[in-house]
Design a protein around this ligand. Sequence first.
Ligand SMILES: [Zn+2]
Length: 536
Amino acid sequence: MAAKGVNSQPAGPALIRHSPFTEEEGLDLRRIIPAWIISGVIHVVLLSAFLLITYTVSAAAPDKVETIVENKIDDDESYRDKNLTNDEIGNDPDLPTNYNLDRIADVSVPGPVNPNENIGILNAPTDAPPQTVPPPPGFGGGQGGGVESDKPGTGALQGFAGGVGGQKLIPGGMGGRSGATREKMLKEGGGNTASEAAVASGLKWLARHQHQDGHWGLQDFPAANKCNCGNTSNHTDDFAGTGFGLLPLLAAGETHRAASKNNIYAKHVDKGLKWLCNKMGADGQMGGGYSHGICTIVLCEAYGLTADPNLKPFAQRAVNKVVDWQGPDGGFRYGPKQDGDLSVAGWHIQGLKSAQMAGLNVPRATIEGVDRFLTKVSADEGSRYGYTDGQNGGNYRLSAVGLLARQYMGWGPRTRGLTKGVEHMQKLPPGPNPRDMYYFYYATQVMHHMASVMPEAWDKWNVPMRDMLIKGQDNGTTADHRDQKGSWDPTGDALGAPLGRLGYTSLCLLTLEVYYRHLPLYRREIGSAKANPEKN
Ligand SMILES: [Zn+2]
């Protein structure tokens, strides 16, 4: 039953259509048209498009996932590089100017202009389908196409701001996950070649343990790979498993739309996302309290990284369910509308933050509720946090959850509760005691955001954390468990039993990906680490 895969879905009509022009014809056009005419066409189209800006995402939220899926999984090449390669007519800097071409049209620059002539090619059809016109160079992000240029006529007019400065990087955002930015973040943040090798090996292990239908199982992951990897979870939760499987891939910039040849897990992410969307309830729910929070982060991140309009309704529905889930005290628990506990709420709050980063709709009242809840479960000036209240001064693990949530909710790096909370955390630095990856996952993120204000403290935290994870990774040397290579053994961890090898490996990977997964909140832009952090 659960194995009823998306692959078996009948193929629907393709949602994403390419221009009817073949590539060859497109090239011919570009060679034929003089540059000034192209420029004229672009100006006219741009002007009319400015007047007609309407952004239409298909309002009918699709109930089946064929929509996301179509054109993606079965034909690798059909979506690879789609947003980065412009094969439509337009300003292609690689094309030669018309000065060196044989003149076919009888008008060129300079020359007489006939105002009654059709703009474009002589005798060109006037009822050609709408085209997405790429923004001029320097206006878009150098990508040569609008963000959704693969949908004729509905592409966003503006690419990412830049061309000179590159994509604008929002603090706390997801702009650090690809290419050169990732390398820069990695180096500046304190990662190294060994940590990246560990990530690569871990992602490989994850990919191998994904089931054919796209899900990961906390308990049945060895069955997916017909292997004998140990430490299955004592919980069966395919939603949580799939969330844990996808998050480290997304953190490494792997999406269902491979942006470059370095992205080798597009199919895995695609299948995982499809599974989630197919299994999502009509009301947007994906499993219980923990799972729904984790899976909401996944969908928001996948949408935030790709701006895939087909994914948007699913991500927004997941967020709406989080909004609906919120209890009277502003927190989140196992089921909707219950007073919260900070452990479940931690995942939901991360989901809301991912939604904001992705530009999805999060009601102000929900955020205000979260603030109220955090205050309810806090102690000691907001430096400590407890499970459902702040009595007894909270505990170290939930304090890390609470502090990250406070950073997300806007506490500046000089806020008393935060600095005091960080001092508490520094008394429990990475090491064998406590053996608690859940704590380290949260605490490392808190510390990473603080790196610009307390670089030495970050260094002191990061180096042992990083090296402990690198050293602790299974490198496949156990003779009868060679397949465990790339994973981490949860034995002895405070939450090792429920997390199992899959969940534990996921948290280890996310912690090693902290350098580029989120841009530090207290840096206005990349490269300004030491610039006036006090202003926050
Ligand atoms: Zn295995």
